[in-house]
Design a protein around this ligand. Sequence first.
Ligand code: 5AD
Ligand code: SF4
Length: 446
Amino acid sequence: MKPTTAPKTYRVKSFGCQMNVYDGERMAEMLGERGIVPAPEGEEADLVVLNTCHIREKAAEKVYSDIGRLQKADGTKPLIAVAGCVAQAEGEEIMARAPAVSMVVGPQAYHRLPEMLDKAVRGERATDTDMPAIAKFAALPERRRTNPASFLTVQEGCDKFCTYCVVPYTRGAEISRPYADLVTEAKKLVDAGAKEITLLGQNVSAWSGEDAKGHRVGLAGLIRDLAKVDGLARIRYTTSHPADMDDDLIAAHGEIDKLMPFLHLPVQAGSDRVLKAMNRSHTAESYLKLLERFRAARTDLALSGDFIVGFPGEAEAEFEETLALVDEVAYAQAFSFKYSPRPGTPAATMDGQVSKEVMDERLQRLQAALNRDQLAFNQGTVGRTCEVLVERKGKHPGQWLGKTPWLQSAWFEGDVGIGDLVAVELLEAGPNSLAARLRQPALSAA
Ligand code: 5AD
Ligand code: SF4
């Protein structure tokens, strides 16, 4: 590659999960420390970071087509870095197939992006897909800028090895960030304007650490201490695995006002045979029992889940068990996907791969049920007055979007600003959002 001038502007494009959003923000902060500024809206940047997701189909193909399309106004290519889980899984291939890429950096190595950038400017290509446990966080700059609802990665990686999932290979083994670092980062986020923090981890409920007194604590202990941070009004966490939900976390939902009444707990399927083949450690019944305990602790808890249809060998009757489970739980929202064989995972080579047509049809039926329940949940909250965190402006002048405690989007008009916590009355429900009216005075100030 030819040497080039140092980039003045950057753009980070993050795909996939919220952890990628978090990683994207941290990469942006590092580039900011170097005096590189975000590219103006509508203009291609001197440096583009594609922060990729590998969880489902065609992720890698999408990366190549994105690379092909990147072009600056003068017809030249920007400096291109491929980050995220596709970088981790297919780093060498990317380097071989896409000569326009000068940097490939995995999710555990992106703190080295500035060094790689220096090399790229000199015309040298660099790949870094090492997985040094936790080193990344210590090497990142302090948090200075954030949104009212912000993310904080507390745990990364996964030791569960569900047979369909690529995460244990792309994000590595489970690691928990140290308690003290998390409390410090949460305080910095609050100083920078965060009112709500979502604690992130591929397997967030497996977080464990030592608190300020040297006691071993789990996620509930961390949440209890973060709830004491002045100015922090709301705490959420995602994503959990049913195997790691302990009594303390269940109790926390009943005890900590700042912990929002929302639980994302993926089940994936309703058939015990399929769950076993997926190497999930729960059954449909143990999952339902667990939810009952959460609901007993917090009666207005909104439930969310993830589903995969068409796992290899899934029979029609087994899929119907998923529908039955959905009927029983009545989720407030959920994500559902067609099974996608991920290279290197055990399920990719299992017998009984399900045809696309069958998967399409099952997904439609499942989504119809989930949409029905989501609308019913939203309708069930109409008439309530609740607090929303104002996150952004709406399409119409004077209109705002805020999130309710149950993570619904509520639209309303009034004299408020981004980051305000205000009381609204929920007036009318749609499938994806609610119309609301601002109530004065506000329920509470942040
Ligand atoms: N195919 C389809 N969906 C998948 N997920 C993870 N791996 C796959 C796959 N190979 C879904 C699961 C998980 C969510 C993040 O993505 O439902 O909970
Ligand atoms: Fe995608 Fe999973 Fe990686 Fe997130 S962790 S970026 S969802 S593959």
